[in-house]
Ligand binder design. Structure first.
Ligand code: GLV
Ligand code: GLV
Length: 294
């Protein structure tokens, strides 16, 4: 019996590739594949699925976010979509905390300062920041990552406020010292944080985005930061990723990371193994995978 065929859209960790190769034949084109492993950089729209052909049964997205996939087109064509929740929850929450602490304690600003070899010595009023302790952290998105971030900020003595789908954001934004985004990107969350909502935040507040870039109007964010309407931002994702708005680059009160939310080796391997499980469920066992999205 020949193994079902799987196409992988990009490089994956060797452990994951071996696990795929143990059960499937890896093929260079999705047109020959019953299953495809996709990265969040691959747009799976109706044209992609049409081009792939009717033999394609499953798109295993190597991410928890599935905004790169037209779920309605997949449903219409009977293609199953799976994702990789849970295993990246802590890693992503850690990046949110990392951005918060780096920003509040001016660590990346200080790092740039040291590397410029500017003269300095310890001094009581030099580069003062803020403790996370005691801050009100508005967490927008009450899914797994949002709840984990709430748990971690609570451990630092900050006060998390979890805002779910139906929350009155306008009322909550003005109370927060830190706003951290943990919603999936959908039509309903695109530019959720726009110029109007940025203006509702305190001038002393900071924005953290580890979700998806287009949740924030990046041009409006740059304007708010430059005018002093907002004190800072910590970003792991960008509206036109991997492009970053040039007006953010020169700002000291911005911490910029290159989409590292789930970027630890064990996390990435665990995500890959969830893709393998989903491929096996659909292509070998003829059942719905545990992490089915549609
Ligand atoms: C990463 O951004 C993911 O959605 O897994
Ligand atoms: C969403 O899937 C989350 O983990 O928050």
């Amino acid at each position: 019996m020949t193994s079902p065929r799987v196409h992988i859209s990009d490089r994956v960790p060797a452990e994951v590739e071996e696990a795929i190769a143990a059960s499937f034949e890896i093929v260079p084109s999705v047109r020959d594949a019953g299953g495809v492993v996709t990265m969040l950089t691959v747009t799976v729209d109706d044209a992609y699925l049409e081009d792939a052909g009717p033999q394609l049964k499953i798109v295993a997205n190597y991410a928890v976010g599935v905004n790169n996939i037209d779920l309605e087109a997949a449903r219409r064509r009977g293609v199953i979509v799976s994702n990789t929740p849970d295993v990246l929850t802590r890693a992503t929450a850690e990046i949110a905390l990392t951005l918060m602490l780096s920003l509040l304690r001016r660590v990346t600003e200080g790092d740039r300062f040291v590397r410029r070899q500017e003269p300095w010595q310890f001094s009581l009023e030099f580069m003062l920041g803020e403790r996370l302790e005691g801050k009100t952290v508005l967490i927008i998105g009450s899914g797994r990552i949002g709840r984990e971030t709430a748990r971690l900020v609570e451990a630092f003595g900050a006060v998390p406020v979890l805002a779910g789908r139906d929350a009155d954001l306008d009322a909550l934004l003005g109370e927060a010292d830190i706003v951290s985004l943990h919603v999936p990107l959908t039509a309903g969350t695109s530019h959720l944080i726009d110029g109007r909502r940025l203006a509702l935040m305190k001038p002393s507040a900071v924005l953290i985005n580890t979700a998806r870039g287009p949740v924030v109007d990046e041009a409006a964010l740059a304007t708010a930061l430059r005018s002093g309407a907002l004190a800072g931002a910590g970003l792991d994702v960008y509206e036109h990723e991997p492009h970053v708005n040039m007006r953010l680059l020169g700002l000291e009160n911005v911490v910029l990371a290159p989409h590292l939310g789930s970027a630890t080796r064990d996390t990435r391997i665990a995500m890959g193994m969830l893709c393998v499980d989903a491929l096996k469920a659909v292509l070998l066992e003829g059942r719905t995978p545990t992490n089915v999205v549609v």
